[in-house]
Design a protein around this ligand. Structure first.
Ligand code: DQA
Length: 138
């Protein structure tokens, strides 16, 4: 049994409501219930915050005892040196995920401050990006 946490950053609490043509029409909490059933042999938890410091605190909390973090930092991916440093500081491996293919979008979304410190990056598969992120730890 592995302990894996899915962490979502800013605006991802609005999945299913926000820019549906990009992010789809499913709300994350119902999708997460499906994931929990699918990976019921493992301990899957979820955390979301719109606040950079709260995301850092969560990484510190889980970062020395969990088996994996599946992290969609939203727009902080492209702006946050502090989140990149937090990933470097912890020992739990982190996979960066994105729903959209950020490389097909505006150029400011092409750079990630997190990727260098992550074990890998998954983007462009819709909500299935999270499933692939979880599978990468199993
Ligand atoms: C996102 C991509 C980011 O560029 C954007 O700011 C988001 C969502 C994605 O999942 O595709 O909020 O991380």
């Amino acid at each position: 049994m592995k302990k894996i946490v899915v962490i979502n950053g800013p605006n991802l609490n609005l999945l299913g409501v926000r820019e549906k043509s990009i992010y789809g029409d499913k709300d994350f909490l119902s999708f997460f219930e499906d994931l929990k059933k699918e990976f019921s042999d493992h301990e899957l938890t979820y955390f979301q915050s719109n606040h950079e410091g709260a995301l850092i605190d969560k990484l510190h909390e889980v970062g020395f005892s969990y088996d994996g973090v599946v992290f969609n930092a939203g727009a902080y991916t492209h702006t946050s040196v502090a989140l990149g440093d937090a990933i470097a500081a912890i020992t739990t491996p982190v996979v960066e995920v994105h729903i959209s293919n950020v490389h097909q979008r505006e150029s400011f979304r092409h750079h990630s401050y997190l990727a260098k410190n992550c074990v890998g990056v998954i983007c462009g598969f819709g909500l299935a990006s999270y499933r692939l992120g979880i599978q990468s730890f199993l």
